[in-house]
Design a protein around this ligand. Structure first.
Ligand SMILES: [Zn+2]
Length: 407
């Protein structure tokens, strides 16, 4: 396989998690009597452009099924994050009724509703029917399609180039990152701004966040690599912010390469940090696997030992990263009998691979567990605050990444 961006042959493995089903392929009770498809979950790194990327195995269509269950609006902290971003960018770019905002992967409209409420014309692009339908109920217009160069050019041909193009947690999920970036270029108005948010591969490496690796996540991005991909289509990264979301993300600001805005110092500073962190050195990537293995082994030892002492452990948060962790560790319902999740769409279903049932949080009241393993460690504070109301004061919270932590 060659690099998805620069076409250099990929020779180096960053992480090999064996085989796993897609992390968002939640199962119904009937599915438990059917075969389950496992795909290799192997991540390579390009030693030319340093794009960290999933090895090829399947197309995006088979992963983003109409039942795709993730609705952004179920996370309160994510809604707050979206509101703060909207308020800030509307003011900063002086957006108004004459502006046009395009959001790629608009999900259930959790973000664009802020623009609708401010009277700013907008359009969402969202290939998943169920979430797109939820957005339209909020008054957010949605094109139910995949975004890429063809759609970007069509938007331009219809005279709808955008003053602002937003892509939150989509850039890492697109299989053809070059085509997607050409789409951004085509759909951007002269003087317009692109903002993309994605988990920062520097944080993934620093904090051993190997559970953020899953099939739907095709790329693991640095500012260095994104700037390079932007430049290849005539875009420029002119500003960057570090965000605490998803364990450490970047918000990259793009514009046409000949835009009048000067490149902010933040870009140069962060590129320097990435270099200091070794992101342009092969050893940084090939030395990652043993750190993931230690986290897996420490979690397994804990689960087995506590079970042998007769203690009850359940999990909270049926998130994609939880599936990566549990499937790599080979955890089944004998060690974790159920996982609670606040999203009604997931309740009554089963975790892919592990087949652990997903139940409403209220079940914690009856079970009185000794430990609650919080799978989405990035929102562990929010979860523990919500869930402690349902628990006795003796229950302890556990997170597995970056290392086993019990409190
Ligand atoms: Zn490359």
């Amino acid at each position: 396989m060659n690099c998805r961006h620069c076409n250099t042959p990929l020779k180096h493995t960053f992480l090999d998690l064996g085989f796993a089903p897609p992390s968002n392929a939640y199962l119904t009770e009937a599915d438990l009597n059917r075969p389950e498809i496992y795909y290799p979950l192997k991540i390579k790194v390009c030693d030319s452009c340093w794009l960290v990327q999933t090895e090829d195995y399947a197309d995006a269509d088979s992963l983003f099924t109409p039942e795709y269950a993730y609705f952004s609006s179920t996370s309160a902290s994510w809604l707050d994050h979206a509101k703060r971003y909207s308020d800030q960018i509307i003011e900063w770019l002086a957006l108004n009724r004459k502006s046009f905002v395009l959001e790629v992967a608009s999900n259930d409209g959790y973000l664009l509703k802020n623009f609708v409420n401010a009277g700013i014309p907008c359009l969402g692009v969202e290939p998943t029917d169920s979430t797109a339908a939820a957005a339209e109920k909020l008054g957010v217009p949605v094109l139910c399609e995949f975004f890429g160069e063809v759609l970007g050019k069509r938007i331009a041909a219809e005279g709808k180039q955008a003053d602002l193009i937003i892509g939150n947690n989509v850039y890492a999920h697109v299989p053809d990152i070059n085509d997607f970036t050409r789409g951004l270029k085509a759909a951007l108005k002269v003087g317009g701004t692109i903002t993309l948010e994605f988990p920062h591969v520097m944080r993934l490496i620093e904090q051993a966040q190997f559970d953020t690796v899953y099939h739907e996540h095709f790329s693991y991005l640095s500012l260095h690599t994104v700037s390079r991909i932007f430049a290849s289509v005539g875009l420029r990264t002119w500003n960057v912010e570090e965000l605490p979301t998803h364990g450490g993300s970047l918000r990259v600001y793009g514009c046409h390469e000949d835009d009048a805005r000067k490149t902010d110092q933040s870009v140069c500073v962060l590129l320097g940090q990435e270099t200091a962190c070794g992101l342009q050195k092969l050893n940084t990537y090939v030395d990652f696997q043993p750190r993931a293995d230690k986290i897996k082994n420490d979690l397994l030892s804990f689960l087995i030992e506590e079970k042998q002492h007769g203690r009850k452990i359940v999990a909270y948060g049926a998130a994609a990263k939880g599936n990566t962790l549990l499937n790599y560790a080979g955890v089944k319902p004998d060690l974790i009998p159920f996982v609670c999740d606040a999203a009604p769409a997931k309740q009554g279903q089963f975790m892919p691979g592990s087949h652990i049932p997903i139940l409403p949080p209220e079940r914690l009241v009856q079970v009185k567990p000794d430990y609650v393993l919080i799978l989405p460690w990035n929102i562990s504070e929010e979860v523990s605050a919500q869930v402690s109301l349902l628990l006795s004061s003796e229950t302890k919270f556990v997170t597995a990444v970056p290392k086993l932590h019990i409190q």
